[in-house]
Design a protein around this ligand. Structure first.
Ligand SMILES: Cc1cc2nc3c(=O)[nH]c(=O)nc-3n(C[C@H](O)[C@H](O)[C@H](O)COP(=O)(O)O)c2cc1C
Length: 353
């Protein structure tokens, strides 16, 4: 039997294969398709408001009656200072000018227009909506939230990018840990955004496995039976795939973005904090080149909120130079089949290997 069963038994799924939460790319349809493949889907809610989250949870529940994970950001919100507000004005002006120079019409928000959401308001909403699995990234939940969720029978999955973070999650009673290797597409889950570690999956998973007793899910670079087998051998009991599903039928990416992925080279997959203020892995483009090493980067979530309008405008113009296109290091042929078929193919490959 290929599949370890600790995680699948606990989560009520057949295969411990997890469709990665991918905010902006994964959809309720993708979550339902993963469930159809007898895997775990993940609904990415990032730092949306409670009302927006409730809407998406209900939409997903209409599409599937199988268990799915609700994924949120456990980030700390920066203190608002006059220095932050001043820098915001400078970054806003710079970005609007950059957009104009590149024929993108956009009016970016003022500081006062920005609404910053923390995860606390989501905890009660998730409990009310009867969420049973919550995964999170960018830090740990506070003790009170952990207690509340556990009292309501919610299984918790935290994300680590170092042994130190894994130990913190374990000590605070988190049920399972998603070990994110640096290969992974999208944001690094690192707790401290100013101290981002880039530990490769092989080193990280093996060391976390030696030091932590809770079941481990591995994320980062899995794209075929061999990569699955390798991380299973290193101690993973669950397997999370994101990059593999980017071009799937249920992905929210536009056809021009899927096309770009199909032509991407390995030296174009980079880490950048230019879009959000937190490091994320994605496809290098003109925006990253202009902003990455500049003084025009605000802390998360302000950079993210400010570049959002620019990215949306670029997307509507099919302008690949200014969209935030996240991708991992395992470049493959980016299948456009349904999420269900892609996951089933991986399951079959793993069982035949
Ligand atoms: C487009 C994209 C968006 C992502 N958004 C999230 C997110 O909202 N929450 C989260 O915990 N991880 C997010 N991630 C990270 C994935 O959950 C996962 O760790 C990663 O995709 C695994 O590596 P792989 O891409 O090599 O499969 C994102 C990844 C991608 C590619």
């Amino acid at each position: 039997m290929f599949w370890p069963d600790t995680i699948s038994k606990k989560l009520g799924i057949r295969y411990p294969l997890i469709q990665a939460p991918m905010f902006g790319v994964s959809t309720p349809q993708m979550v339902a398709a993963a469930a159809k493949a007898d895997c775990l889907g993940s609904l990415a809610l990032a730092d949306l408001s409670a009302d927006e989250c409730i809407k998406l949870i209900r939409e997903t529940k209409k599409l599937t009656n199988q268990p799915f994970a609700i994924n949120i950001f456990a980030h700390e919100i920066p203190v608002v200072t006059s220095a932050l507000k001043e820098k915001f004005v400078k970054v806003r002006t710079f970005l609007e000018q950059l957009a104009r120079e590149n024929n993108i019409e956009v009016s970016l928000p003022y500081f006062e227009d920005i609404k910053v959401n923390g995860y606390h308001e989501l905890i009660d909403a998730i409990i009310r909506e009867n969420g049973k699995i919550v995964s999170f990234t960018f830090g740990n939940l506070d003790g009170k939230s952990i207690q509340k969720l556990k009292e309501n029978g919610v299984t918790l999955i935290g994300t680590c990018t170092s042994v130190k973070e894994a130990l913190i999650l374990e000590e605070s009673g988190i049920d399972m840990i998603c070990v994110q290797g640096t290969e992974a597409g999208g944001h690094r889950g690192t707790f401290d955004p100013n101290h981002v570690l880039q530990i490769g999956g092989l080193s990280l998973l093996s060391q976390v496995y030696e030091q932590v007793a809770v079941p481990l899910i591995y994320a980062g670079g899995i794209y075929n039976a061999k990569t699955l087998q390798a991380v299973k051998d290193l101690g993973a009991q669950g397997f999370q795939v994101g990059n593999l599903l980017l071009a799937s039928e249920e992905s929210a990416l536009e056809p021009f973005e899927k096309e770009r992925l199909k032509n991407v080279n390995e030296d174009e997959i980079v880490l950048t904090k230019s879009f959000s203020g937190r490091y994320a892995r994605g496809v290098k483009n003109k925006f990253i080149e202009k902003v990455e090493n500049s003084e025009y980067i605000l802390p998360y979530p302000y950079q993210n909120k400010l570049t959002n309008g620019l990215r949306k405008a670029a997307k509507s113009q099919q302008n690949v130079d200014f969209v935030g296109l996240w991708a991992g290091q395992s470049i493959h042929h980016y299948s456009e089949l349904s999420t269900e078929e892609i996951l089933r193919n991986l399951i079959n490959q793993a069982e035949e290997n």
